[in-house]
Design a protein around this ligand. Sequence first.
Ligand code: PLP
Length: 372
Amino acid sequence: MPLMTDVSRLSDRVLMGPGPSNPYPEVVLAMGRPMLGHLDPEFIALLDETNGRLREVFRTTNSLTFPISATGSAGMEAAFVNVIRPGDVAVVGVNGVFGERMCDVAGRCGAEVVRVEADWGQPIDPQALLDAHPSPAVIAIVHAETSTGVRNDVACLGTAKRDALLVVDCVTSLAGIPVEIDGWGVDLAYSGTQKCLGAPPGLAPFTASERAVERIVPRPQSWYLDLNMIAAYVTGGGARAYHHTAPISMIFALHAALGAVLDEGLEAAWARHRECGEALQAGLQALGFELFAAEGHRLPELTSVWVPLDRLPNGMDEAGARRWLLDCYGIEVGGGLGPVAGRVWRVGCMGHTARMRNVTLLLGALEELLGS
Ligand SMILES: Cc1ncc(COP(=O)(O)O)c(C=O)c1O
């Protein structure tokens, strides 16, 4: 007899890692709706409404705004593969894993990548990004670097980008902190559903300006992520051309998540994330934790913190402490990546998880763990 997982015994976690976060209750309900065909007029109307809601949350009027049918990484690939021609210069800010990944993706698309680096935990200097090359095709930056908890400044880049397209990774920022696609002059941006949007992983909300659309290469290297082909389905008016089968239940989920955010009010959602993040960061410091990300550039929705290894009980290591939180309180927090693996935690407070009750729960559990 093969071993079978008893799914009825899977736990209900408090998801305070770098994502996924806990989805909003209305999102969970939406996922159980009866299936519709992907060309059903009712589904097309729901998809149109979802795209409209995305425009509100991205703060854009871009007509090419829709959820890509894959996770945030597909948003990153789509942003580069559609506009990079071999030999184009792409200036990329690198201060963590996801900036590094942008370089890899841009390089695979044939770009000559010019890296602008900052230490882990520090923000990218926007002027260094603008000065790195006289005529790049693309300037790219991660708004909220999930590997370090740092917010990179984007607002000042758009007015100084000259002829370049500005690409911004909003995976961990959208609906958690202010994002102003039109106001900041962003040309291509993508996000993920599993962070501050409060839905499960599976879609990459995406938006492209008219300038970006004009620069789409004739035949992108990726068939699946070819924006012109996808656009014929997602923005096709009455006549929708089949491209791939839309993940119906995930669109239901995103529609509900965006509804929850907009019902609350986008600015109220930002404020809730800010208040929870500030309370968490103050509480951690009161317990003697040292924050990792540079002051003034800390994300409220993703807190990075040095693990006080010498204060953990009975020789417990970093992974053991995370396991204790999971076993005793059902709380998931994330481990560090790259050079700070084993020494830093990443604590998310995003989407439906961004509630003061969860902050209090985690701080209480940590107080018990450290015996302070
Ligand atoms: C900033 C950032 N960019 C891109 C990604 C990739 O998204 P996904 O894991 O959904 O493919 C992540 C995932 O955590 C991220 O945090």
